[in-house]
Design a protein around this ligand. Structure first.
Ligand SMILES: NC(=O)c1ccc[n+]([C@@H]2O[C@H](COP(=O)([O-])OP(=O)(O)OC[C@H]3O[C@@H](n4cnc5c(N)ncnc54)[C@H](OP(=O)(O)O)[C@@H]3O)[C@@H](O)[C@H]2O)c1
Length: 285
């Protein structure tokens, strides 16, 4: 893992194959226990948080929000090492341990190796996603497969690789969208992928509950990032989209990140199988 500064390293060995690592144990919030089982006064529990798609935009903001939220070992994944290193550096300046895992998550072997090297992951944030707005009648098989490959398949198998070594109290957060709850023109494939994530999350919430692991989604409205700039900066499309947000503005990456930090926290320990929308009221209609 490039630029690794984390202490402790992988907490579980194994071959990285799903089910190939032992299930970790421990009650939520008790991972700072000493060997004798007692928590020393003032002990702060360091969590390992893997952010998939951390090199820019919402994922970078999520990484930095976790850096601000308490002791953390961040594993920052994506394809572009230079960008990941600069997010890692910013996280270290905020007191976090941060390492970079360069991986194309659509390659399941790379995703599994990333999870294996990360070891026991307390919080997995599946943020990497892509969109290509276009009319339903123009969608090609290539576009359909490309969007499903990243938005659904990559996160599915990354979660499958990470789950066996997640401790009790662990949490998988899929970054979905308001489009995981409603339809929209020129978004047939994107809506289908995000609705798929919502269904996957409900199924995982049930199946992982006996392990004490939660699964949730966070669904933003429009956020100005590299993904959306071409639309939001368009003098016709941008205002039209913004006018559909009752609060009459885009969300910021930091507002999405704040929701992720909360939903992954012990304060949200009873929240699983749920969607937290950060949509300015878009889906309230
Ligand atoms: N922006 C919005 O308005 C909005 C609204 C609702 C939901 N969302 C969702 O929020 C998430 C983040 O969106 P964003 O706007 O921040 O997008 P973005 O700026 O394009 O960032 C996408 C991130 O995913 C990574 N990524 C892309 N392909 C990858 C791959 N094959 N393997 C590994 N990493 C990959 C990118 O890094 P590399 O290119 O370096 O790999 C980057 O870090 C997405 O799931 C999106 O659907 C966004």
């Amino acid at each position: 893992m490039a630029g690794g500064e984390a202490r402790g390293g992988p907490a579980a060995g194994g071959d990285g194959a799903p089910g190939g690592r032992g299930e970790a144990t421990g009650a939520p919030g008790r991972r700072g226990e000493s060997a004798g089982g007692a928590l020393d006064a003032g002990d702060e529990v360091r969590r390992t948080v893997l952010v998939a798609g951390a090199s820019r935009g919402i994922g970078a903001a999520i990484a930095l929000a976790f850096a601000d939220a308490g002791p953390v070992r961040l594993v920052l994944a994506g394809r572009t090492e230079r960008d990941l290193q600069s997010v890692a550096e910013a996280a270290r300046e905020r007191g976090a341990e941060a390492e970079v895992g360069v991986a194309d998550l659509t390659d399941t072997a790379q995703a599994r190796e990333l999870a294996r090297r990360a070891g026991s992951i307390d919080v997995l944030v599946v943020n990497a996603g892509v969109n290509q707005p276009e009319p339903f009648l123009d969608v090609t098989e290539e576009t359909f497969d490309r969007l499903f490959a990243l938005n659904v398949r990559a996160g599915f198998f990354l979660a499958q690789a990470a789950a066996p070594a997640m401790p009790r109290g662990g949490c998988i957060v899929f970054i979905s969208s308001q489009m995981g709850h409603v339809g929209a023109v020129e978004r047939a494939v994107y809506c289908a992928t995000k609705h798929a994530l919502e269904g996957l999350t409900k199924a995982l919430a049930l199946e992982l509950a006996p392990r004490g692991v939660r699964a949730v989604t966070v669904g933003p409205t429009f956020v100005h990032t590299a993904l959306t700039a071409h639309q939001l900066d368009d003098p016709e499309i941008g205002p039209r989209l913004r006018a559909q947000i009752p609060l009459d503005r885009y969300a910021t990456p930091e507002e999405v990140a704040g929701a992720v930090v909360w939903i992954a926290s012990p304060q949200a320990a009873m929240v699983t199988g749920s969607a937290l929308l950060v949509d300015g009221g878009w889906t309230a209609r």
